[in-house]
Design a binder for this molecule. Structure first.
Ligand code: DGL
Length: 266
């Protein structure tokens, strides 16, 4: 038992509602763990913002989660992870689990030797992604595709709209034309567009979402620290957002799959 207690919640955050795709995977893997989720939707998207802004918001939200008693932090945002993860880990007193685009498993499983990576501009341009490409791209081609606009579509719950489809077609068509048989979803918003993506790519292209692997990593870290909850009870999820409270409640309820209340943060 730590000072925080094993019943303390896991704190999860993202620039907006995309990290709910990771929250679903954590809840499926660890249904007895309490969860707190912060969506910084009032400031999304982060993908075109500068690194200083992203790092400052990440610090502030991590502090909010710690104040609410989080026993671990999950950075459910690739953009924050590639820009600010060292900074958060340098001072955060609880385990921090981060995202990275799943380039390694995609590179191991491609049959055509061509993979596509869909992510925000910040993520695509980051040294972390350059390192991943260097480590795992020796004998394959890795096509990096920035996808401005997609985060906004998910923030508006436009999961099946014509506008979302048009953007996806624009970004994915060149990857398919170049022979990609595997698409890495390098942004936690994109799994909510999975139905449209599947429609566009057909049944034979693999779509790789690292959320389940991240949930496994969260379970491992809690186990290592001996802070898993011992109570087999249904867990509670609490939601916070920097967006207009009514908008936040509507979108989070849709993406979480049940009606929730949402508290405001600045
Ligand atoms: N969900 C965030 C990610 O994984 C989106 C970042 C943004 O707001 O641009 O990168």
């Amino acid at each position: 038992m730590t000072a925080l207690g094993n019943d303390a919640p896991i704190g999860v955050f993202d620039s907006g509602v995309g990290g709910l795709s990771v929250l679903h995977a954590i809840h499926a893997k660890l249904p007895e763990e309490n969860l707190i989720y912060v969506a910084d939707s009032g400031n999304a998207p982060y993908g075109d913002r500068d690194a200083g802004f992203i790092a400052a918001r990440a610090t502030k939200i991590t502090e909010i989660l710690l104040t609410r008693g989080a026993k671990a932090i999950v950075v459910a945002c690739n953009t924050v992870s590639v820009v600010a993860i060292e900074r958060i880990r340098s001072w955060c007193p609880v385990p921090v689990v981060a995202m990275e685009p799943a380039i390694k498993p995609a590179a191991q499983n491609t049959r055509t030797g061509v993979i596509g990576v869909l992510a925000t501009r910040q993520t695509i341009a980051s040294p972390s992604v350059a390192r991943l490409c260097q480590s795992h791209g020796q004998n394959i081609e890795i096509l990096l595709q920035p996808c401005p606009g997609l985060v906004e579509q998910v923030e508006k719950a436009e999961l099946l709209s014509d506008a979302s489809r048009a953007l996806l077609v624009e970004y994915i068509s060149p990857l398919l034309a170049a022979g990609a048989d595997t698409l890495v979803l390098g942004c936690t918003h994109y799994p909510f567009l999975a139905q449209l993506i599947r429609d566009i790519v057909g049944p034979d292209v693999a779509i790789v979402d690292p959320a389940v692997a991240v949930a496994r990593q969260v379970a491992r870290r809690l186990g290592d620290q001996c802070v898993s909850t011992p109570h087999p009870r249904p867990a509670e999820a609490r939601f916070f957002s920097s967006a207009d409270p009514d908008d936040a409640r509507t979108i989070i309820s849709v993406l979480w799959g049940q009606n929730v209340t949402v508290q405001g943060i600045e």
